[in-house]
Design a protein around this ligand. Structure first.
Ligand SMILES: C[S@@+](CC[C@H](N)C(=O)[O-])C[C@H]1O[C@@H](n2cnc3c(N)ncnc32)[C@H](O)[C@@H]1O
Length: 440
């Protein structure tokens, strides 16, 4: 066997290059590749420390993909052949480490050279890899990023952001995408006490924010086993708050897994039915609810089938979407989704909203939400819904209902957060929510 095959850390870099290819060439989601049970087998074979390294490399390589591409190409004497995609992945994996991660530069360069040499497709570029990465290290290791934010936002997405929000705000959003997101926890009670215990800060009603650099696994933090809190971005906690007091009321969470909003509904005093179409996700939902020692009815299958003709006073439709509001946490989304996906997902949402109307009791409230920042999945969808459903009217959200998020309330009375908001405290995910009421 090749001597290099035994180099510590080599396998992690090879796996990182392979997974990067899966994201950008086959549009496979990083969450799917990283799943502890069903993720990529090569990743699961690595030691936990190496798995964490691969994850850090991939998140960084995707977050700064445009900058890395530009900095590499500026240092090439002549362009790489157009079909050198595998080579490109090795270079991006190494550049992510050199530019942004706390890994010795010499190891990043050396392992990239060995990885290129070990692969028949890239062997002949070994010298190029060595020279290029050494030059990158010499000239840019530890340097500030000087590219404009749009460099790291996939073109199709940036164009849509400009069309909706204008160039200045689109640029601020793209800039926010480059900053790692903090870890937000929704606590059942005593937010200040938990903030003190975990070294965080209270940033919204029941949201405790921990630093993005918080060490160790989430499950090892105090209060996890006791079920005192769950992970949920501050903006994702807003839709359920729009129902107001739910004590003793019936509530359905139509698209429930992994269950952050179901947990909130139960905690607000509602009798909750949580529906989830996917079997594996429904198992996760049930286990999350159990860890939190909360009580909810969990139904597995599409809600239109499992609920039959049941109706509820409060109905939440937190629909599947493009997730373009979560690029800070999921930088792969810009490379795995396309403009066509947005149109397709908006159509799914339209159909689910139609079905949801059957499960709202007369006089009941329907909250529609998702984590997209595209108006086709938000503002436009709700405008079309209201035009077609005479039994429903919007109950405008008021600024006083969402302290700290007053600027997220739109003229129409919907809620629209974008990642550039609240940047002084670490930003928020992009989210949309509308509150609709069914005639009595
Ligand atoms: C955005 S996620 C929900 C997140 C969840 N509300 C939370 O806060 O944790 C959307 C979920 O809806 C599920 N889903 C999609 N179509 C569905 C349907 N017709 N019935 C029930 N669940 C559905 C998906 O499998 C996915 O788990």
């Amino acid at each position: 066997m090749d001597e290099g095959a035994h180099k510590p850390g080599l396998r992690a870099r090879q796996v990182a290059a392979k997974l990067l290819a899966a994201v950008v060439e086959q549009q496979t989601s990083l969450d799917g590749l990283m799943d502890p049970e069903h993720g990529h087998p090569h990743l699961r074979q690595l030691a936990p420390r190496d798995q964490a390294l691969v994850k850090a490399i991939l998140i960084t390589a995707l977050r700064y993909r445009g900058t890395i591409a530009q900095e590499l190409s500026e240092r090439l004497d002549r362009p790489l052949p157009g079909n050198a995609t595998t080579l490109n992945h090795h270079l991006h994996v190494a550049a992510a480490q050199i530019r942004f991660l706390d890994v010795p530069d010499s190891a990043a360069v050396d392992l990239a050279v060995t990885a290129a040499e070990a692969d028949p497709r890239t062997r002949r570029f070994k010298g190029v890899v060595n020279a290029l990465l050494r030059r990158l290290t010499r000239e840019l290791a530890g340097a500030e990023v000087t590219t404009v934010p749009a460099t790291d936002c996939p073109f199709w997405l940036f164009d849509r952001l400009v069309a909706t929000y204008g160039k200045e705000r689109a640029t601020a959003i793209a800039e926010a995408h480059r900053r790692p997101a903090p870890i937000d926890l929704t606590v059942k009670s005593d937010p200040q006490g938990w903030a003190d215990r975990l070294g965080g800060a209270v940033v919204a009603a029941n949201t405790v924010r921990l630093d993005a650099q918080t060490q160790g696994s989430i499950a090892s933090l105090e209060g996890f086993d006791a079920g005192e809190w769950w992970v949920q971005d501050a903006s994702a906690s807003l839709p359920v708050r729009l129902f107001g007091d739910l004590s003793g009321k019936t509530a359905a969470d139509l698209c429930a897994a992994p269950g952050g909003k179901s947990a909130q509904l139960v905690s607000s005093g509602a009798r909750v039915t949580a529906c989830e179409a996917s079997k594996s996700r429904a198992r996760r939902l049930a286990s999350n609810i159990a860890r939190l020692k909360l009580d909810a009815e969990v139904l597995t299958g599409p809600f239109a089938e499992t609920l039959e003709d049941r109706q509820f006073e409060a109905v939440l439709l937190d629909a599947p979407c493009s997730s373009t509001g979560t690029l800070r946490r999921h930088p792969d989304v810009g490379y795995t989704k396309t403009a066509d996906d947005i149109t397709r997902l908006a159509e799914v949402q339209r159909r689910l909203l139609d079905q949801a109307t059957n499960h709202v009791a007369p006089g009941g409230t329907l909250v529609f939400s998702n984590c997209s920042i595209d108006r086709e999945e938000g503002e436009d969808l709700i405008a079309a819904f209201l035009a077609e459903h005479a039994a429903f009217t919007r109950k405008p959200i008021t600024r006083s209902e969402v302290p700290g998020f007053e600027n997220a309330v739109t003229v129409e009375g919907d809620l629209r957060t974008t990642p550039d908001m609240l940047s002084e405290i670490g930003g928020v995910d992009g989210f949309f929510a509308a509150r609709l009421v069914k005639a009595a």
